[in-house]
Structure formats: C-alpha cells, structure tokens
Design a protein around this ligand. Structure first.
Ligand code: PLP
Length: 334
C-alpha cells in the first residue's frame, strides 16, 4: 500500500535520527525533565529562548494541553472551517464551546467572522489541513489587535515553504505557535511536538502536566534532526513541494483543480470522494477522503511523495473516478 493519507515525509527520516535510534540507550532511567536539551536545540531553530518553548507528545498533546491551560469550560473557541479534525474534538472534550466560521469564497479564513465571535481562543492551522492554504501574518496580527483572544497558530506544515508567523511573537504575548517533528522531519511515530510563545503562555501550558511528555529516544532523535538533519529535511521538503506542483498540473490537465496548497499535500474537490478513495485503496493507494467540507464539498487529500507514487495515485484516481462515475448526490456544489 502506498500511504498518501497522513501527510508524513515519504522520503523517511533524517539519517542522523536513524543513527541515534540504533544506539543503545538507557531505558531504566527517566527522560530529562521538561525536555530541556531538546528545547535548547529548538531555540536556535525557531529563534526563541528555551523559556518560550514547551514540548509534548506530538503537537496534538501540546494543543490539548494549551486548551486545558488557557481556557475554562464554557469559553468560546473560534475555529475556521474546514480545519484539522482533532481540534474541535479536543475543544469539546475540554468543555469549550466551538464556534466554527465559514470560509471565504476563495476558501481562506474569514477574519471578520472570527473577530465577530468575540472568542476567548482562536485556532488557525497555517498552512491549513486539509486545505493547505496559508493565513497571512497580517490577518493573524489583526485578530490579535482586534480581540483579546489567545491565538493558536498550528504550523505543522511550516517547513515545506517556510511560511511562518514566528516573527509576530515579540509583538504579542497572546500568540502561541505550534510545530511538530511529524511532518517534514519524518518522525511521526516518535511523537514530538512543541509550542513557541510568550514565557507566560508557555509556562501555563507546561504547568498543566508532568515533566516527561517526550521520551528519551524521541528526544535524542529530534535533537539529532535539528543538529544534523535540517539540510536533509529542507531537501526532502523541496522534493515534496516539487512533486506537489507537478501533481497539481497533471490533475489540472485531467480537469481537476486542486486548492493552492503550500504544504506537502493537495486537496482535490471531487464529488463522491469517499467512494473514490475506497476504489483507489483497492489499487494500493491510500488517500484521505472528506465528505461535505465547509465551502468545498467532497474532496480527497493526497500527500506529495516521490514521483512514482504520484503516478500510481494518478492512475488509481483515473480508474476510480471512471468506475465511480454513476455515483451522484454528493455536495461538490455546496
Ligand atoms: C498532522 C497534524 C498535526 C499533528 O501533529 P503531531 O505532532 O503528530 O501530533 C497537528 N496539526 C495539523 C494541522 C496536522 O495536520
């Protein structure tokens, strides 16, 4: 099975990370408290001191801890749709009230609608999942200025094109940026994520859980990735972006317009997407299907990988759409 459903790095992991994972290590000792060495290694990478960085068991864990730390049950969180599906689940589990906002006609975040919610928290993934679209720093800045909300910007895919709002951090103590080693760095199985923000926000997030969120092996692999694997990461991220762009052109030739992604995947609006994805899976290609996304309708999301995988995906898509053609009644025009 060619797995193009998770947006992970299809070229693997940095060789330096692979090497440290093979070294014998102590499993009877606890990890370093609060992942201090990893935060020190990250400091240079994100250009912020360790006091402004908190690590966790994937960015999922950091996002969930942020909701616990920074909001009370009954608080409102604005989440522009379509969005990363875990976030509304986490928010409801923490007792927050989710205010989804509809996308603009170009599928971007409707900043006016977010501000009009008068939220306590705002969550925006940029590049977004599943759209791949970025939200300009000016829009994030405007939300920070025109509300009192804490704004969480999820930059799980920032590495692919280097679009980030980290530069806004000195201007606001209410901005929290989350990142991960799961996507461009190729370490999804190890579960390492982090958030960067003001010392107050970061201390609040760190205070709601214990000191051992990142295990020793994961910390060592992530540190190796930062110390010796950044050029590997940038190179493979470049390959992914190239594959994505060629794939987008091929899809367009076949009459399908993908959204203008700046991450390592494409969202392709497609009526009957769940059935199409099922048929593609039969041909050995796994993609993620979405039904009735806000403003978009049904769509499939394809992770960009080495070109032979993209060719397999294009073939599987062509035969699946031919076979699924009689299926009607989906919501591509919603
Ligand atoms: C994949 C993804 C994550 C999750 O990353 P982990 O660090 O593996 O938990 C977070 N946010 C978005 C938008 C994602 O697509």
């Amino acid at each position: 099975m060619i797995d193009l459903s998770e947006n992970t790095n299809r070229w693997g992991m940095p060789p330096a990370s692979r090497r440290v994972l093979l070294e014998p290590g102590l499993t009877s000792a606890y990890p370093e408290a609060n992942a201090l060495s990893l935060r020190r290694a990250l400091a240079g990478y994100v250009n912020a001191p360790p006091e402004q960085i908190v690590c966790g068991c994937g960015s999922d864990d950091v996002l969930d801890a942020a909701l616990t730390a920074l909001a009370r049950p009954g608080d409102l969180i604005a989440i522009p749709e379509p969005t990363f599906r875990m976030m509304p689940l986490f928010a409801r589990a923490r007792g927050l009230i989710v205010a989804p906002t509809a996308p603009r006609a170009d599928f971007g975040v409707d900043v006016d609608a977010v501000i009009a919610c008068r939220p306590r928290l705002v969550y925006i993934a940029s590049p977004g999942n599943p759209t791949g679209l970025t939200t300009p720093a000016e829009d994030i800045d405007r939300i920070l200025r025109e509300t009192n909300a804490i704004v969480i910007v999820d930059e799980a895919y920032a590495e692919f094109e280097g679009v980030t709002v980290l530069d806004l951090l000195p201007r606001s103590s209410r901005l929290l940026v989350t990142r991960t080693f799961s996507k461009a760095f190729g370490l999804a199985a190890l579960r390492v994520g982090y958030a960067v923000g003001s010392p107050e926000l970061v201390a609040a997030v760190a205070a709601v859980r214990g000191p051992y969120q990142v295990n020793s092996l994961a910390a060592r692999a992530a540190i190796a990735a930062l110390e010796e694997g950044v050029s590997w990461m940038r190179q493979t991220a470049g390959y992914a972006v190239h594959s994505r762009d060629v794939l987008a052109r091929e899809l367009l030739t076949a009459g399908r317009q993908a959204l203008a992604s700046r991450a390592n995947f494409l969202l392709v609006p497609l009526a009957g997407a769940p059935r199409v994805a099922e048929l593609m899976r039969r041909d050995g290609v796994a993609v993620r299907a979405f039904a009735d996304l806000a403003g978009i309708g049904d769509a499939i999301r394809i992770t960009a990988g080495p070109w032979p995988e993209m060719e397999a995906a294009l073939l599987a898509l062509a035969s699946a759409t031919t076979e699924a053609a009689p299926v009607t009644g989906s919501s591509a025009c919603a």
